[in-house]
Design a protein around this ligand. Structure first.
Ligand code: IDP
Ligand code: MG
Length: 153
């Protein structure tokens, strides 16, 4: 099974949407295997958003990501990276399709509820950035046979 990183951004924490957003991933059938609340730092954001360092909004983005704690989650499932990314929707909340998380809860290109890993390769790198091996919980998934066909793993 694939694993992917979701960060519930500071605005999501402040707006009381933690439960709503986590509930969506749970209801979809994804399995939560690690979760923690953390105050992000400039140092970790410089690395995490290095691909945006030359953008005019980079410092605003960093400030927004440090405005309150975030919730870091690792979700596991068959093709979880793509499934989660598509649930988040387009980066700009005004362009995100209703029914996606950003399309239902945001109207901004910056304040857009969640970060989600954009590829299997980046998911591995990002999970290592925010979680240690001991942060993960291994527990049985008795519902798997109701969620997946035998060749979906
Ligand atoms: P993603 O979060 O959909 O993967 P990225 O391009 O990786 O989008 O951008 C990371 C974050 O930077 C976005 O989630 C958003 O918070 C912020 N961002 C992206 N584009 C803009 C913009 O044009 N203005 C302001 N903030 C932006
Ligand atoms: Mg991105």
């Amino acid at each position: 099974m694939e694993r992917t990183l979701v960060i519930l951004k500071p605005g999501t924490v402040q707006r009381g949407l933690i439960g709503e957003v986590i509930s969506r991933f749970e209801k979809r059938g994804l399995k939560l295997v690690a979760m923690k609340m953390k105050q992000l730092t400039p140092e970790i954001l410089d690395v995490h958003y290095a691909h945006l360092a030359d953008k005019p909004f980079f410092n605003w983005l960093k400030d927004a990501m440090m405005a309150a704690p975030v919730i870091l989650c690792c979700w596991e499932g068959f093709e979880a990276v793509k499934v989660v990314r598509e649930m988040a929707g387009a980066t700009n909340g005004r362009k995100a399709v209703p029914g996606t998380i950003r399309g239902d809860y945001s109207v901004s290109s910056q304040e857009n509820i969640v970060h989600t890993s954009d590829s299997v390769e980046n998911a591995k790198i990002e999970l290592e950035r925010f979680f240690s091996p001991e942060d993960y919980c291994e527990y049985p998934s008795p519902l798997d046979k109701y969620l997946y066909a035998p060749d979906e793993h």
